[in-house]
Design a protein around this ligand. Structure first.
Ligand SMILES: [Zn+2]
Length: 564
């Protein structure tokens, strides 16, 4: 008996040591989960094993149990849904983080409430600081009306105010801020912008698009500490929402320096792809780096440009006038005056192997960028460039094919569809609205989608974006069956666009975007099964746990987080 036991034990340990030679034990095993892998080779599984920062096995519980060793942390998924971490293809990370601490104006339902909140903040603002942020949305007021400086002057006293409209294409200044910026009745409108004026020609305080720069140039830039605090806050927020990668549009170099600092300290809990603005193209060209250069946590090599403005601010650029403003068809952005300025910058970027991510919203704005992209391809020949159009909101019929032929990625934000869908048709008319946020039409044409939010223009929560893509139910409750329901996606298509689609859009589809052996272990465990619940309830789904590179960075149970 004793001998038998000894023999068995010896055999057991020799098997174990053989296993150890060929297969080290996993650091983490998640079992009893409903895994949706977004990998067509094995779409569903029960368990995942992680070694270091990589996934090493995906399969049934017994398949993966072979990876367990004495030091393996084993998580019981309790039948919950496990997905690849979300990759938000378009965020403004610093302003998102800073905004969590700024005056909250977005859900104000009247001008009075807007004014009251600004006044309250002014009373608590230290001397010398500005009131910024806000993300106000006058379309939620009854009646909707553009705010004017006189409405806030009496409650803001000595505090300069520059509160942004939620789309970032308009800002409202108080009289003090206009004075500091020396914006007067005599200041001409800059190219690509407008100083909104009253009947006498006096600035009302509202500044559109490029005119905002006249004001922002006198706002003191955030200090290093303010920047770092904002980014740290943004990282915590992202982790709590299962967002494990973000593609940061128009970061300043000082933001990239903070990312680099956090990376060195082991505190970067989301993977960042940073795309600075294209006027700075010479910097990246000079270094000689190409697209997606860097480490799994921090990469550069893309450039963000603006073709036009936004629908909300009536600065998106269209072939035909707005349906309710016959003399206005929007504006090209200042970087498009003249168009050859943009073409030259893009040609230079492309010659250096850099990626282009171009904001274009109106049909004529999108078309102008497709024109430039196709000229670049003619000049420099075919290559795997992964050009992107950010937003790609209102498409001309003729451009879907061109979009596909040039293999341009539609980097889209589904939440905008249920938000703008409340009022967009009044500005666009029926025909143009039918090609608005046209996710299904894009897919039918073979165009790849990457999902994101444009945070802080819209909430960072991926569940709201998935809800929007699947239901297209506008926020006002007026389209419960979907606004242009033909354009709805399935939940699986939505998740794919948010994971593999976004990974492809940053040249990282071999590294992340699915739960596949060999890929980075970025995963999220959800409170409900988003694949099977009533789509209306998707927006209520919560994140239970988030892992980045196999490390738990968020745990709703408050069991502590490992942020190394
Ligand atoms: Zn944006």
């Amino acid at each position: 008996m004793k001998r038998n036991l000894l023999q068995i034990a010896t055999l057991f340990f020799s098997v174990l040591s053989t296993m150890a030679q060929t297969r080290p034990a996993a650091d983490l095993v998640i079992r009893n989960a409903k895994v949706w892998t977004v990998d067509s080779a094995r779409p569903e599984a029960e368990a995942v094993a992680v070694l270091g920062d990589r996934i090493v096995a995906v399969g049934s519980n017994p398949d993966v149990d072979g990876w367990r060793g004495p030091n393996t942390q084993v998580i019981d998924g309790k039948g919950k849904r496990l997905l690849p971490g979300f990759n938000d293809s378009h965020v403004h990370f610093l302003s998102g983080g800073a905004g969590l601490d700024q005056v909250q104006l977005n859900d104000a339902t009247s001008l009075q409430e807007f004014v009251r909140r600004i006044g309250e903040r002014a009373a608590n603002t230290p001397q010398g600081e500005w009131i910024l942020g806000g993300t106000w949305d006058e379309t939620k007021w009854n009646p909707p009306q553009l705010p004017i400086r006189q409405a806030i002057d009496s409650v803001t006293g000595n505090v300069p105010v520059a509160v942004a409209r939620y789309d970032g294409h308009m800002v409202l200044a108080n009289s003090l801020a206009l004075k500091l910026a020396e914006i007067t009745v005599h200041t001409p409108d800059p190219a690509g912008g407008e100083i909104v004026r009253d009947a006498q020609g006096n600035p009302t305080g509202a500044l559109k698009d490029a005119a905002q720069d006249l004001l922002f140039k006198v706002v003191p830039p955030p200090s290093h500490d303010q920047r770092r605090r904002a980014i740290e806050r943004a990282l915590v927020h992202a982790a709590s929402l299962g967002v494990t990668s973000v593609q940061d549009m128009n970061p300043e170099y000082a933001d990239i320096a903070i990312y680099s600092e956090l990376l060195e300290e082991g505190k970067l809990t989301a993977r960042i792809y940073a795309a600075p603005l294209i006027p700075q193209v010479d910097d990246q060209v000079k270094i000689g780096i190409r697209h997606a250069f860097g480490s799994s946590y921090l990469r550069i090599g893309a450039l963000k440009s603006y073709a036009d403005g936004s629908l909300g601010s009536r600065t998106a650029y269209f072939f035909e006038p707005f349906s309710d403003q016959p003399n206005n068809r929007g504006l090209l952005a200042d970087g498009m005056h003249p168009i050859s300025l943009m073409r030259d910058r893009m040609m230079k970027a492309d010659a250096s192997g850099l990626q282009l991510c171009t904001h274009a919203i109106g049909d004529a704005g999108i078309s102008a960028i497709l024109d430039i992209y196709s000229e670049i391809e003619k000049a420099h020949g075919p290559r795997d460039r992964r050009w992107r159009i950010e937003h790609a909101q209102h498409m001309a019929e003729k451009d879907f094919d061109r979009f596909a032929q040039l293999r341009v990625i539609a980097s889209v934000q589904p939440y905008h569809a249920i938000d703008d869908g409340r009022w967009a048709e009044g500005r666009l008319g029926h025909d143009r609205s039918s090609r608005t946020y046209a996710f299904r039409t894009f897919m039918n044409h073979g165009v790849r989608l990457a999902f994101g939010t444009d945070w802080d223009v819209a909430p960072l929560n991926p569940m709201l974006s998935l809800y929007a893509a699947v239901t297209r139910a506008t926020l006002d409750g007026k389209n419960p069956n979907g606004w242009y329901p033909d354009q709805k996606l399935t939940i699986r298509e939505g998740i794919e666009a948010y994971t593999m689609g976004s990974a492809y859009a940053e040249f990282q589809e071999k590294e992340k975007g699915s739960i596949t052996p060999g890929k980075l272990a970025d995963m999220v465990l959800l409170s409900e099964d988003v694949l099977t619940i009533d789509p209306v309830k998707i927006r209520e789904v919560k994140v239970l746990k988030t892992w980045v590179g196999g490390k738990l960075i968020y745990d709703s149970a408050g069991l502590g987080s490992d942020r190394n």
